[in-house]
Design a protein around this ligand. Structure first.
Ligand code: TXA
Ligand code: MG
Length: 328
């Protein structure tokens, strides 16, 4: 993919710290002192704070300008940390943890009573995941406490898959950003509720089909029903440039010259800018550069972005979910 070097405005690059051990230690110190740090995970970059420090968690809401009814995901290193944040691990959750942890599956479980309500926005459940990214794990190990961390972007905008995205979107407000390059999956974790039955709250980096191969059929419509997770809000994950989901081949040439196109593999004539997600038509490869491509197109000052519909299977489901919510 072509890297766009301008258009993000002035980067406060001094905040980006390469994720070497000294800087991980420094970031851990900031967190232990009640501060906030942006760090890489295998899905997207997160903005973390001690889950058991309500003042630090409040700072996350402030930095993201996130409504406080929107609960955060708690990140844990291991079973011992998990035991501090949840009340219990039902058998079905244990099966899913065995299959997908550490990794990009977030499970909604009954919360431990001591976990601050601000983290869960007053719900009696907590969303929890065990990241696989080596830097996220090193940070958790150094801090030795669970970290609440939403994606490190302003509420409602595109998720960051590079440290530079965090710096460009949050500026000085982000504090320190540990930089480990591009996130492997490039799309957020899959969020699954378990009670009264497994239900998909947010399609994400772990395909529904893979989850169903472990626990059988899960309710898929939950992410379209009444809002249970703000990732379910109708407009979310949105670029500043107006976006529509449309088959680019059907767009008249005259309408293309001031627009950008986000497609899978085809080339389209006449657009001012084009990003193709995977020449091989591979949905996983496409997801890995999905938000990055949207960030790049968004930085070009185009009149509109035309996004080609993607097949709604595997990671295509998560990308189509994000595209529909990006429509303005
Ligand atoms: O991949 C990810 O999940 C990233 C990285 C940083 O781990 N995090 C992330 O967090 O995407 P965030 O806050 O942007 O999205 C968390 C989603 C939201 O849609 C939220 O509403 C939902 O999880 N959620 C959190 N707690 C919940 C709960 N108790 N019940 C239902 N949904 C919950
Ligand atoms: Mg988010």
């Amino acid at each position: 993919m072509v890297k766009v070097s301008s258009g993000f405005g002035r980067h406060p690059f001094r905040m980006l710290l390469p994720a070497v051990p000294e800087n991980v230690e420094r970031a851990a110190g900031i967190l232990r002192a009640g501060g906030v740090v942006a760090f890489p995970t295998e899905t997207v970059y997160g903005l973390g704070a001690l889950a058991f420090d309500p003042a630090a968690v409040a700072r996350i809401f402030e930095i993201k300008r996130r409504p406080s009814f929107d609960p955060l995901i708690v990140h844990v290193l291991d079973g011992a940390m998990l035991a501090k944040v949840v009340a219990e691990v039902p058998p079905i959750a244990a099966r899913l943890m065995n299959a997908f942890w550490p990794g990009a599956l977030t499970l909604v479980l009954r919360k431990a009573s001591l976990l601050p309500e601000l983290v869960t926005s007053g719900l009696d459940t907590v969303a929890v995941r065990m990241p696989s990214h080596a830097v996220a794990r090193a940070l958790l190990e150094r801090v030795n406490a669970p970290l609440a961390a939403p994606s490190a972007n302003p509420f409602g905008s595109l998720s960051p898959t590079r440290a530079e995205h965090v710096a460009a979107m949050l500026g000085d407000r982000a504090g320190v950003v540990l930089d480990a390059g591009r996130s492997e999956y490039g799309i957020e974790s899959t969020v699954l509720a378990l009670e009264p039955h497994p239900a998909l709250l947010r399609p994400g980096a772990i395909a529904v089909e893979a989850i169903e191969s472990v626990v059988g059929p899960i309710e898929r419509g939950a992410s379209r029903g009444p809002v249970r997770a703000p990732g379910q809000l109708p407009v979310h994950y949105a670029p500043r440039t107006p976006l529509r989901v449309i088959e680019p081949a059907s767009v008249p040439l005259a309408e293309r010259s001031n627009s950008g196109v986000l497609g899978m593999r085809d080339a389209f004539e006449g657009y001012a800018a084009q990003r193709s997600l995977s020449r091989r038509g591979d949905l996983r490869e496409a997801a890995a550069c999905f938000f990055e491509a949207l960030h790049e197109l968004d930085a070009l000052g185009l009149e509109r972005i035309d996004a080609q519909p993607l097949p709604e299977e595997g990671l295509g489901l998560a990308m189509m979910d994000r595209l529909r919510r990006a429509v303005s």
